[in-house]
Write a protein that binds this ligand. Structure first.
Ligand SMILES: [Zn+2]
Length: 467
C-alpha cells in the first residue's frame, strides 16, 4: 500500500482540489484506514480493530477485518477511535462577541473574518458539519462548497426572522417603526411583522440558499427588548413562515424557551425547538408524540449561564435572564432523556469560547444523560437525521452524514481514546485527524502513520493554477 508522501498527487490533495483524482488516471483516490476502533454513529459497541476504505469523497467499505486495497493510501490509526465528523446543530459562525457588537464597532468585513476563524476552529475540533442558526452566512456556505475557503459543511438558515422587539431586534431605543437596525444592515436578521413581511423574509433566505428557516418565537437572553417570558410571532405569522418553508420542501426551527412559545410554534408546524429550557414535562411529552426534535445548548445553559457574571459583554438584565434559563435547564434535559426525544447538540457558542465546542457533548453527558452513546449520537446520527429534514434544500444528498457506513460521506475523525467509555477524551487536543468530503483538514498523526499529508487549505489552484 502507498503512504502519504509528498508526491504530486499528495500536494494536489493538500491543496484541497475538489474530487480527488490520482495522477495516473481519473479513478477516484482511495484511502484506507487501518487499525482503528470504529464508532459508526449508531451502534453501542465499537468495531474493534477495523478498517474503512474511502474512495473519492465517499465511504466505500467498512469492515471488522483488513480491507484489500492495494492502490489505496494507508492511514494507520494505531488503535484510535474512528468516528463520523461531529455535527453542531446551532452555530452562529459570524458572531464573535454577541449580537450587538456590529452595531457600533465592526462591519461586514469583520463578519467574514470572524467566520473564517470560526470555521477553522470547528474543523480543528472535528466538527465537519454545522447547522447555522442565524447569520449572514449564505455566501460563505457557497464559497465553502466551491472549495474557495476551508470550512465545515454548512446548513445555513440565513438571516433569522424576528418580530419588532423580538430576540433579534438589535435596534436603538429611539427607533421608529420600519427603521433598519444593525442586524438587518448586516443581513444577520430580518425584522419582519405581519404575514406578507415574514413570507418575504423567509423567501429571501431560501432564494439565496438557506436550507431551513430560523425564527425567533420567544424571549431570549442575549437581546435587549424582549423579556424572557414573551411569546413572539402570532400563530398566523408562524404558520405563514412554516408554509413558505414547506413549499421549498424544508422546515422551520425556532428559538423558544417556555411552554407558551414552544407550543405555539408546534401548533404552527415547527419541527425543531432550540433551547426549550423552561418548558413543562407535558410539553416534552407533546414533542415526543409529534416527532419534534430538541436542539440542546448544554454548555450555554448549564455552564455559561450558571455563572452569568463571567459573560463580560452581558448587561445586568441579560445576566438575570441567563440565570433564569440556567434554573430550568437540568430538569428539562432530564425529561428529554426520560421521554426519549429526538435530541441533537447545538452549541450556540461563538467567539473565544468556540475553542471548547466539543465539550458540549461532554457537558451534556456528564450533567444529564450519563450515557456516552446517547451523547455521541446527538452530534452524529441524530443530528444527521434532522439535517435530512431540509429535504429538497439539502445541499448534501450524494451520501449520508453522521455515520460510518458504505455510501456515507467521507467525513471522518480519529480520536485518541474511546469516547464511548470516557466522553472526556472527546476534545480538541485528542482530535488527531480530520477528513471532510475525502479531504484532510487536520493531521496530527506521526509521520510514519500518515506522512507528509498536510491539511487542506484554500483551493490554491484557483489562484496559482494546478500545482
Ligand atoms: Zn443561537
Amino acid at each position: 500500500m502507498k503512504r502519504f508522501f509528498a508526491s504530486a498527487t499528495a500536494i494536489a490533495l493538500a491543496a484541497g482540489i475538489g474530487t480527488i483524482a490520482s495522477a495516473q488516471d481519473d479513478a477516484p483516490r482511495q484511502v484506507v484506514f487501518t487499525n482503528v476502533n470504529i464508532f459508526d454513529g449508531t451502534s453501542e459497541a465499537l468495531i474493534e480493530n477495523g478498517s474503512v476504505l474511502v474512495e473519492g469523497n465517499l465511504i466505500k467499505q467498512v469492515s471488522a477485518d483488513a480491507i484489500e486495497a492495494p492502490d489505496a493510501f494507508a492511514v494507520d490509526g494505531e488503535g484510535r477511535t474512528l468516528m463520523p465528523g461531529l455535527i453542531d446543530m446551532h452555530s452562529h459562525l459570524c458572531i464573535r462577541n454577541g449580537m450587538l457588537e456590529f452595531r457600533d464597532n465592526y462591519d461586514q468585513m469583520a463578519n467574514g473574518a470572524y467566520t473564517a476563524i470560526a470555521m477553522q476552529d470547528y474543523l480543528d475540533q472535528g466538527f465537519t458539519t454545522v447547522r447555522d442558526a442565524g447569520c449572514n452566512i449564505l455566501g460563505i456556505a457557497k464559497a465553502v462548497n466551491n472549495g474557495i475557503v476551508p470550512g465545515p459543511r454548512i446548513y445555513p438558515s440565513g438571516a433569522f426572522l424576528s418580530q419588532t422587539g423580538g430576540h433579534a431586534d438589535t435596534g436603538s431605543f429611539n427607533d421608529v417603526p420600519g427603521d433598519q437596525d444593525d442586524l438587518e444592515a448586516h443581513m444577520f436578521g430580518f425584522i419582519a411583522d405581519g404575514v406578507p413581511e415574514v413570507m418575504r423574509a423567509a423567501r429571501h433566505n431560501l432564494r439565496a440558499g438557506a436550507t431551513q428557516i430560523k425564527v425567533m418565537a420567544g424571549g431570549g437572553v442575549a437581546s435587549e427588548f424582549d423579556p424572557l417570558h414573551t411569546t413572539q410571532y402570532s400563530l398566523e405569522e408562524l404558520k405563514a413562515i412554516v408554509g413558505v418553508a414547506e413549499d421549498y420542501g424544508t422546515y422551520v426551527l425556532v428559538h423558544a424557551y417556555h411552554d407558551r412559545s414552544v407550543n405555539r410554534a408546534i401548533d404552527a408546524g415547527a419541527r425543531v425547538i432550540d433551547h426549550n429550557f423552561l418548558v413543562s414535562e407535558e410539553t416534552i411529552i407533546r414533542m415526543k408524540e409529534e416527532g419534534v426534535a430538541l436542539s440542546i445548548q448544554a454548555v450555554m445553559s448549564l455552564e455559561a449561564f450558571g455563572d452569568p457574571e463571567s459573560i463580560t459583554f452581558f448587561s445586568a438584565d441579560q445576566k438575570a435572564k441567563a440565570a433564569q434559563v440556567n434554573s430550568g435547564a437540568q430538569q428539562m434535559m432530564e425529561w428529554a432523556v426520560k421521554h426519549d426525544l429526538i435530541m441533537v447538540t447545538g452549541g450556540d457558542m461563538f467567539g473565544p469560547d468556540l475553542v471548547r465546542q466539543a465539550e458540549n457533548i461532554i457537558w451534556f453527558n456528564d450533567e444529564v444523560a450519563k450515557n456516552p452513546h446517547l451523547s455521541l449520537k446527538t452530534a452524529t446520527s441524530n443530528a444527521a437525521e434532522v439535517l435530512t429534514w431540509s429535504g429538497g434544500m439539502n445541499p448534501y444528498k450524494e451520501g449520508t452524514l453522521g455515520t460510518i457506513a458504505e455510501g456515507g460521506y467521507a467525513d471522518i475523525i480519529l480520536i485518541d481514546g474511546n469516547p464511548l467509555e470516557d466522553i472526556h477524551v472527546l476534545k480538541r487536543s485528542n482530535v488527531d485527524f480530520v477528513m471532510k468530503d475525502g479531504q484532510v483538514y487536520k493531521n496530527w498523526l506521526p509521520d510514519e502513520n500518515a506522512p507528509a499529508f498536510q491539511p487542506a487549505g484554500p483551493r490554491r489552484d484557483a489562484y496559482f493554477g494546478n500545482l
